[in-house]
Write a protein that binds this ligand. Structure first.
Ligand SMILES: [Mg+2]
Length: 306
């Protein structure tokens, strides 16, 4: 099947409710930006052998790719608008793979109210690489940034920490904890939380590199330090179980990547949204410290480095 007919069959349906896509008929999309809004644009790629093993269900890979992009929009406080997709697949193109990939996207387009606006499919000589450029909208001047955390602000995190890294560990070691594996394969971008933080948060980031590494990104940008209390970190029941088995698994909680929870700061006294946990406070200086009671236990390795 030709590239053109594959696009017509599997990708035009993903664009048919979004007029700006021109239903993939022209050379580019035409986007309207509503008055008083700004476009927030992010791009994330996934490559076989690096970001996925290659034997995962194509629908899951597609969803994770879209969701990591949505998580970056959430970190900026943006509402999902549309996205562009680029697929590089080994020749010859495998129609059943593309069909499954597109069905994963169709599911998540409904879940997260976003539409395909354009993209391309090419054949590659080597492995598969997928990339999405996602566009979001935010009222003028309301985008969340990393650079305004102030000394005394309270540090919050959404959801629970470390599940994704523990899930990957399960897959690597033949473990069977379905909850943790699902958290790794299918992150939950905190889109509505991001929107609700627009008027209150002084800084925000989504946790992709690991709690301490991403806290460090906020501290660098805001020119502050942070004290985080290990005993306050929110954990799932499944993560608790892994920590009981081996205390060394704590490294997955504070340095594991791919959580896609939001890490943000609020001025002291501001009420946090639901399902968020206070884990520490912004300090003077430049260091991120992990504390057990009052003793510092900051590990050597803060998280994933690109
Ligand atoms: Mg990010």
């Amino acid at each position: 099947m030709s590239e053109h007919s594959l696009i017509t069959r599997y990708f035009v349906p993903l664009a048919e409710n979004f007029a700006g896509s021109l239903f993939l008929s022209d050379d580019a999309a035409i986007l309207d930006v509503p008055a008083g809004q700004q476009l927030i644009i992010t791009k994330d790629s996934m490559s076989e052998g690096v970001h996925f093993i290659g034997n995962e269900a194509p629908a899951l890979i597609a969803k994770k790719l879209l969701r990591t992009n949505l998580s970056d929009l959430a970190a900026m406080g943006a509402t999902p608008y549309c996205y562009f997709l680029s697929l590089a697949l080994p020749a010859p193109l495998d129609e059943s793979y593309i069909q499954a990939f597109a069905s994963g996207l169709a599911d998540d387009q409904k879940t997260f109210s976003i539409q395909l606006a354009g993209g391309d499919t090419i054949t590659s000589k080597g492995t598969a690489t997928f990339s999405i450029t996602a566009h979001g909208l935010v009222p003028q001047g309301k985008a969340l940034r990393r650079n305004d955390a102030k000394v005394g602000d309270i540090i919050y995190v959404s959801g629970t920490l470390g599940d994704s890294a523990l899930g990957l560990q399960q897959l690597k070691t033949g473990g069977t904890d379905a909850y943790l594996i699902n958290r790794y394969q299918l992150p939950q971008p905190r889109v509505s939380l991001g929107e609700s933080l627009r008027d209150i948060a002084t800084s925000c980031i989504d946790i992709s590199d690991g709690l301490l590494a991403d806290m460090n990104h906020i501290c660098k940008a805001s020119n502050v330090g942070a004290d985080i209390h290990q005993t306050h970190l929110p954990l799932s029941a499944a993560a608790h179980k892994q920590l009981e088995k081996d205390a060394a698994n704590w490294a997955f909680i504070y340095a594991g990547g791919d959580d896609y929870e939001l890490l943000f700061t609020l001025p002291d006294g501001i009420k946090p949204p639901p399902h968020c946990t206070a884990i520490g406070r912004i300090t003077q200086g430049h260091r991120v410290r992990l504390l057990d009671d009052e003793t510092e236990i900051t590990p050597e390795r803060l998280g994933y480095s690109h």
